[in-house]
Write a protein that binds this ligand. Structure first.
Ligand code: PRP
Ligand code: URA
Length: 215
């Protein structure tokens, strides 16, 4: 129904179940976000272009491949930071941009407090992985996509753990023409709905608070 890419993998299901469990403690929650992020980061590798190279083994010339794209990792603060351990291990050469956004608790509108993005000459070979575990109303991710489009970014990958249908619909309404062309949504689950406070049901609670122990 939505133009999204659902990530199905036994390890993803396993760690997601730990994350959803309200009895999972702070350190186990953080460890599970690290672990699921490694899995997502390795799956996203399949989206990068490879350049063919010649390699000398001790015996002969072999064909090898190197990654042809530049990558920017863009965590949405705070909770997106939790996904950085896995991604930065697998993408050690990636540039890291940060955007700070929180939701106004009453209006649920995104409030930006920080953004730093690298100056890029050629966007064609650049892939941007926007990291945020939760897409609820979609406001934070939509704000981020708009900022990236202002900078002429063309390969935007949103990587999340859980989405609400309301958030996906909002993204679709705004960016329908770009979806699966210049903008790609990757998620591990589309949950049931939002509650009246804008939390995803069944969800996993407040990702930032559970990650940083600020409950
Ligand atoms: C959470 C989450 C997303 C946002 C999703 O951030 O990490 O960024 O909510 O909600 P939305 O789709 O309705 O915008 P939060 O505002 O709790 O800030 P935090 O990460 O600093 O805790
Ligand atoms: N942000 C969260 O951390 N959790 C939700 O369920 C919705 C937004």
């Amino acid at each position: 129904m939505y133009k999204i890419n659902l990530i199905t993998h036994p390890l993803v299901e396993h760690y997601l179940s730990i994350l959803r469990n309200k009895d999972t403690n702070y350190s186990c929650f953080k460890q599970s976000v690290d672990n699921i992020s490694y899995v997502l980061a390795s799956i996203l590798y399949t989206k990068l272009d490879l350049n063919s190279v010649r390699i000398k083994t001790p015996l002969k010339i072999a064909r090898g491949y190197i990654i042809g794209d530049d990558v920017v990792l863009l965590p949405i603060l705070r909770a997106g930071l939790g996904m950085m351990e896995g991604f930065s291990k697998l993408y050690p050469k990636a540039m890291v941009s940060h955007i700070g956004i929180y939701r106004n608790e009453k209006t649920l509108q995104p409030v930006r407090y920080y953004f730093k993005f690298p100056r890029i000459k050629n966007q064609n070979y650049l892939k941007i992985f926007v990291l945020d575990p939760m897409i609820a109303t979609g406001g934070s991710v939509i704000y981020t996509i708009e900022e990236l489009l202002k900078r002429n970014c063309k390969n935007i990958y949103i990587v999340s753990l859980l989405c609400a249908p309301e958030g996906l619909k909002a993204i679709d309404n705004k960016f329908h023409k770009l979806l699966n062309k210049e903008l790609f949504i990757y998620t591990c689950s589309v949950d049931e709905k939002l509650n009246r406070f804008g939390y995803i049901l069944p969800g996993l609670g407040d990702a930032g608070d559970r990650l940083f122990g600020t409950i």
